[in-house]
Design a protein around this ligand. Structure first.
Ligand code: ADP
Ligand code: MG
Length: 529
């Protein structure tokens, strides 16, 4: 681009026709140069002084900067008519640069924003102003822009000879800001609506500054009740005494994160077992801005773990008791019987007559037969071999028939297993529950009718034993816990054995209206034996 200095106006001397003609020529040429964008400075002559107007002296570097800057830039006369615009401005308004010069800036503003721009221009004569407007570009499209106007003064005190304007295209920035706002909104909605986790934030001192639905559900406080409060109120008194809440923040701040499990307190005073993660929140400069706290209620998991531990312990105790019982029986009964046999055999050895020997042998046969009965009973107690021989359906059927005969109780039976291919431990457990439930009917119910139903529903085996007896009388005093160490399982032992397989036992009983025991055991779980 050519660099030329043009005289915008020369100081008048004599008003000869020749001079006027020259000045007209100069003025026309100046206007052309301005329109063509060839001008890098306007020289204004005014009462004995010459001044360079435009960009701080309009040296080449400024000119280059002005033209190459990414923002649109214009110089305006005091009436807001464009004296010069840079290329970026021409881009923003989608109008060729020569057609920008000499045009009022309002021409590029949408009708609705014209008054606003006029106001900006009027104010800019006095001081810098800024506004966000909608431009209408040369092709009719709308562009959101930020317009900054400032007065252009030759001296501090004098009236401005024009205005400088910076016009920034806000479209991209607005879109980015909108996207950011939307994404923040989505994130906020997600956090607020999570129900399974209490998610909230603390300031560096531990006061609550945000609260989600999960937090309300878990802890029982509404946001307006809890915001601003100190988070230590979620801890039990003994933790507060030991300054645990503050200590947890110190550790989280030092290590970035802290995970803890322990009792926490709901608004209503109830305790729950919580899994807690506290994360320190730091800004780019590393300054601690607060903490994010995520709390989960894992009471159920803890209960299940405790129950499993208790059941395992009880099972071990029960197994030990069972072994002792068997040992005692073997020692006391079978051992005694065998000793008797030995003694008897020696007597036969030493017997004088055949009659004596025969009589002794007959006695011993009785002892041996009794021992055999005892050993069979012991063996059946250890494991009902009928299950191996016949399978569950047949074993249940046979047991119910024998039971009905023995106790003179009418038992209706419904067996609906499609096959007996059940894990052995499930079969044994079902059989034991049946034995115990029916034994209870005989022992306690006093009724005349009972029904047994064994069925499989999808992945669950269900055994139901019902009677029309007295119902279970409510007992006073502490419940007997643990497996029955005597013969059967007892109701408690029944529950525990079934629970070990991941199932449950329901006992329904009304005084005078009978009792129903329902055991449900999953068969496609991992607990297969
Ligand atoms: N079918 C039933 N009808 C009436 N009472 C029952 C029945 N089953 C259980 N009970 C009552 O519940 C109590 C607990 O049963 P259980 O745990 O099997 O212990 P146990 O049979 O060794 O007494 C029994 O002592 C009895 O009072
Ligand atoms: Mg019993």
């Amino acid at each position: 681009m050519t660099r030329r200095k043009k005289r915008a106006a020369a100081r008048p001397r004599r008003t000869t026709l020749e001079e006027l003609r020259t000045r007209l020529l100069v003025a026309e040429d100046t206007l052309r140069a301005i329109r063509a964008g060839e001008v890098d400075a306007l020289v204004v002559g005014k009462a004995k002084e010459e001044r360079v107007v435009t960009l701080a002296g309009a040296e080449l570097p400024y000119k280059v900067m002005f033209d190459q800057m990414f923002e649109g830039a214009v110089t305006l006369d005091p009436d807001c008519v464009i004296a010069y615009g840079n290329r970026r401005f021409a881009d923003i308004v989608r109008t060729p640069l020569p057609r920008v010069v000499g045009v009022p800036l309002t021409r590029f503003v949408s009708t609705a924003d014209r008054a606003a721009l006029d106001a900006l221009c009027r104010e800019a004569v006095r001081r810098s102003t800024r506004g966000e407007l909608s431009f209408r570009a040369g092709d009719g499209s709308r562009v959101a822009v930020s317009v900054s106007l400032a007065p252009l003064r030759l001296k501090r005190s004098t009236n401005p000879i024009g205005l400088i304007g910076l016009i920034a295209d806000m479209t991209e920035r607005n879109r980015a800001a909108e996207l950011l706002r939307e994404s923040e909104e989505r994130f906020r909605l997600m956090l607020e609506n999570v129900r399974d986790y209490a998610i909230f934030m603390l300031d560096p001192g531990g006061h609550i500054v945000s609260w989600n639905r999960g937090a309300q559900r878990l802890k029982g406080y509404r946001a307006d009740e809890i915001l601003g409060q100190h988070f230590s109120r979620f801890y039990p008194a003994e933790d507060i005494e030991r300054a645990k809440p503050a200590h947890e923040l110190v550790i989280a701040a030092a290590e970035g994160r802290l995970e803890d499990e322990g009792w926490r307190v709901r608004k209503n005073g109830a305790r729950f077992w919580a899994n807690v993660v506290i994360t320190a929140l730091r800004d780019q400069t590393g300054t601690l801005r607060g903490f994010a706290k995520v709390t989960r209620d894992v009471t159920e998991r803890k209960r299940a773990e405790e129950l499993r531990a208790r059941l395992t312990r009880q099972l071990m105790v029960a197994q030990d008791a069972e072994r002792r019982r068997i040992a005692r029986e073997l020692h006391d009964e079978t051992g005694q019987a065998l000793t008797g046999l030995l003694v008897g055999l020696r007597t036969i050895e030493r017997s004088q007559t055949i009659e004596e020997a025969v009589e002794m042998a007959q006695q011993l046969r009785g002892v041996a037969a009794q021992s055999l009965v005892d050993v069979r009973r012991l063996a059946r107690g250890l494991h009902p071999s009928i299950l191996d021989d016949l399978g569950l359906s047949a074993a249940v059927t046979r047991y119910v028939e024998e039971f009905a005969q023995l106790h003179r109780i009418v038992v209706s039976l419904e067996v609906g297993l499609d096959s007996d291919r059940l894990p052995l431990l499930v079969q044994t457990t079902v059989y034991r529950v049946l034995q115990e439930a029916l034994t209870n009917v005989a022992k306690h119910a006093g009724g005349r009718n009972a029904s047994v139903r064994l069925a499989r529903e999808k992945a669950t085996v269900e055994l139901r034993v019902q009677d029309d007896g007295t119902g279970i009388k409510r007992r006073k005093g502490p419940r007997r816990a643990g497996l029955s160490h005597r013969q059967g399982l007892g109701l408690e032992g029944m529950r525990e054995r079934v629970a070990l397989l991941g199932g449950s036992v329901r006992v329904e009983s009304e005084p005078g209206a009978g009792t129903t025991v329902t055991a449900r055991i999953p068969v496609e779980s991992g607990a297969l034996g």
